[in-house]
Design a protein around this ligand. Structure first.
Ligand code: LLP
Length: 434
């Protein structure tokens, strides 16, 4: 489900006309639909209801806007965090520390201490050295740190090589062969409390079987650890992929019929995912955690941008827009595909083959290459679809381009939930040597 559709030739987000919004807020700008975020959360939670004791820890790295976090906190979500800064934001947004899991291979002592004092639910430990560090920090603080070890199941999940994590060649987690020994070590450390086991196989995965395969591969170990140390939870990580191609036609039931970013022509509905994983997860007899990021927010956001110029070379037609790779880096970094939709449906059905590029001084600064899109002329505004996940959070001020605003839509109401940076903001913290 998502809430972007054409009504009388105008692209709307819920009840808000995006062309009108763009003229008020300016471009580039991110726009999120609250209804879509809530809908995705509820739909996933309902699909997983047969599990009983479960907790959805939204992976806030996908979209960390305070208002998005606040909305999900109100839904009862927990949060999967990867830095002290993320925990700080969760708490500011009204989230609860005791519903947070802390992942990541490079937690610093200061971050560990902060999270410990706030009372997080679990540290998801990624290495033996980190385990020792958490114990040492907890000892110094006179506290006991709840931990889970991230176990790498060595499962191949088809996705882009930069976002695959479940293979032994990736830097994440501890191998299945070492895991039992590391738990034994954890049990011997006085300031640690073993709470769970976590895994995560990668991101933008459009097939359910690899998730179930990871659970099944880990089951004997989990049952053994449960008997030995009284495990409380198992986290199956995140990674449920979304539709990028055909994202718009997907506003209704047809949504899931898109062909994924990987061009494989498949889709992963939460119900399909749930149907595959529920049985092996139930067999564990534990509380089950999920860490979805992209699934919750990906299709809930668009990036609005305006056409500045057209330009042709003997081999290419370029459409130059006012958003750049600094605003949305996914195409440059992962060959990410984002559908392009004009905010005003063109009267002509003519298409032309173009590269849609930004103003940044890099050849990698593109949103589409050799793509057939409606004829676009200067002043036209377009939406880059499915940009709600890993969009703003990965934005930078490269080329001294101020960070763009974020707008949250709820029904007919649009709120600027992050202001556009000014040129003065670009100087923040900088000073000349005296
Ligand atoms: N849990 C862990 C331990 C993770 O590393 C991640 C994502 C998630 C959960 C959430 O995964 P999701 O449900 O969103 O797939 N910037 C890339 C994606 C990086 C994903 C990193 N880890 C992109 O734009 O495609």
């Amino acid at each position: 489900m998502h809430s972007f559709r054409y009504v009388d030739g105008s692209l709307k987000c819920e009840g808000v006309d995006l062309e009108k919004l763009a003229s008020e807020v300016g471009t580039p700008a991110y726009v999120y639909s609250a209804e879509t975020i809530r809908g995705n959360y509820r739909r996933l939670d309902e699909a997983l209801a047969p599990l009983g004791d479960r907790m959805i820890c939204y992976a806030m790295k996908a979209n960390g806007n305070l208002s998005v976090l606040n909305l999900l906190a109100k839904e009862g979500a927990g949060f999967d965090i990867v830095s002290g800064g993320e925990l700080f934001k969760v708490l500011k947004a009204g989230g609860r520390a005791d519903r947070c899991t802390f992942a990541g291979v490079g937690k610093t002592a200061a971050e560990i201490e902060y999270a410990l004092r706030q009372g997080i639910y679990s540290f998801n430990v990624e290495s033996e050295e980190e385990l020792e560090m958490i114990n040492a920090v907890a000892a110094k603080a006179g506290l006991v740190a709840p931990i889970a070890i991230r176990v790498n199941p060595d499962v191949d999940a088809p996705t882009h090589k930069y976002i695959s994590t479940g293979k032994s060649k990736n830097k994440f987690g501890i191998g299945l062969d070492r895991a039992a020994a590391v738990y034994e070590r954890a049990a011997s450390l006085p300031n640690l409390k073993i709470r769970g086991l976590q895994t995560h196989i990668g991101s933008q995965i459009l097939k359910a079987p690899p998730f179930a395969e990871a659970v099944r591969k880990l089951t004997p170990l989990v049952l053994e650890l449960k008997a030995k140390y009284g495990l409380e939870f198992f986290s199956v990580g995140g990674g449920v992929g979304i539709v990028y191609r055909g994202a718009l036609s997907s506003g209704d039931a047809a949504w899931w019929k898109g062909s994924g970013e990987n061009g494989e022509g498949d889709r992963l509905a939460p119900e399909t995912y749930a149907a595959e994983v529920i049985e092996p997860l139930k067999a564990l007899g534990l509380r089950i955690l999920f860490e979805p990021g992209r699934f919750i927010v990906g299709n809930a956001g668009v990036l609005l941008t305006s056409v500045l110029y057209r330009k042709s070379t003997p081999t290419k037609n370029f459409v130059i827009v006012d958003a750049g790779m600094n605003d949305l880096i996914r195409p440059a970094l992962y060959e990410g595909y984002h559908e392009i939709e004009p905010l005003k449906q063109p009267s002509s059905t003519d298409l032309e083959r173009v590269d849609v590029v930004g103003p940044v001084c890099e050849s990698g600064d593109f949103f589409a290459q050799d793509r057939e899109v409606p004829v676009l002329v200067p002043g036209d505004r377009i939406a880059l679809m499915s940009a709600g996940a890993y969009g703003f959070v990965m934005a930078s001020t490269y080329n001294a381009r101020p960070l763009l605003p974020e707008v949250l839509v709820e029904g007919d109401k649009a709120t600027i939930v992050r202001a556009r940076q000014t040129w003065d903001d670009l100087l923040l913290g900088e000073r000349l040597p005296t």
